[in-house]
Ligand binder design. Sequence first.
Ligand code: EPU
Length: 416
Amino acid sequence: MAKFIIRGGKPLNGEIAISGAKNAALPMLAASLLTKERIVYHNVPQLLDIFTIKKLLLKLGVNMSETDPLIVQAERITNHCAPYELVRTMRASILVLGPLLAREGKACVSLPGGCAIGARPVDLHLRGLSEMGADIVLEKGYIKAKAKYLKGTEIYLDIPTVTGTENLMMAATLAKGETVLKNAAREPEVVALAKMLKDMGAEIKGEGTDTIVIKGVEGLSGTICSIIPDRIEAGTYMVAVAITGGRARFKNCCLEHLGAVIKKLKEAGVKITKVSNGVEILAPKEIKSTDVTTLPYPGFPTDMQAQFMALMCLSNGVSVITERIFENRFMHVLELKRMGADIKIDGASAVVRGVPKLMGAPVVATDLRASASLVLAGLAAEGITEVDRIYHLDRGYEKMELKLKALGAEIERVAV
Ligand code: EPU
């Protein structure tokens, strides 16, 4: 176990590069199961969650190089089971279900349990696959699915689930006939996966809209792909610059994927300017309060809610932050309050009254983005903040302390 020790109050200045997106890399790695051929991945971030999916793919019999670029080949799948030990540490392991079932006609995946941010069921993944003809039973905590072949059909998703859309889209590439996914997720990570699948020979239309049409094909080939920049990492560091009163440049940052985040940061007074090969962030003299509601893309991402709340803690007024995606994603609130924040939770909303300063404190969070918000608060706070259980951060932020140090932050990782 390790923790971060942060001495706050230093404006962040300088330049960093944004890494490949965790939530794009995970489904794209799972998609390697759809073909016998080699897939070459560039710009894969070095993260705990990526190591977990690699471990899972190795367990299924996939060959993999350790080098960058990452080369993956699922010539033969020798095992069809994603065990509880791995799914427990990373829910996104469910992403192997669709590809395994489509290519092999069988899969066994541990049912993910509850999660720190909400119940997070996978019923829509399962219902979609059943509608495509899969026979699914739950046995001793495992999803056991089989199908002679999957057949295309029209599927309506009650909620535009991101990994659900990805799982069904992958399954449909090798199904017989046409699958229409209605109320599909429109996230850039879904579009990136569709692009990769199309490069492998899949027939997909409508990605990035709420209706995706997939015509099943006989087989898919290998490809070379590159992981898109992580929009949540970029947004997190934008807040880091804004909250510390700094000025910085980010390379490899895709502004088109950050529409709602940029709009809200601008409302808060942050200046964000496109420059060659990236973006420049300039903090405001005074952080303006602004309301935010999380929604599916292109709405404001739930994965940026906690970080934005840290910023609003130091605003000049009152902001109402409403969480519409997950029912329990305010775990950072009590910890921010321990640093001097004034926040009241009212159902799905948090009412944040800006305070003139935050004070360093020992804090701990129970999920990735909540932990990020505590690091941001610590960077701005007076004195020392200790953020414990940073394995949550290691799941989704590549070299976080090194990037923050490159911007001039005083942050150390210490073993405990
Ligand atoms: N939902 C259902 N049934 C389902 C699937 C989802 O009720 O079968 C509900 C969920 O409980 C939730 C809502 O639908 O209330 C949306 O969940 P979604 O399925 O879209 O989330 P996810 O696919 O499990 C991905 C990201 C999350 C991100 C959410 C929302 C990956 C690997 N994970 O999760 O990322 O918060 O979409 O944008 O892509 C993170 O990176 O910190 C993270 C949690």
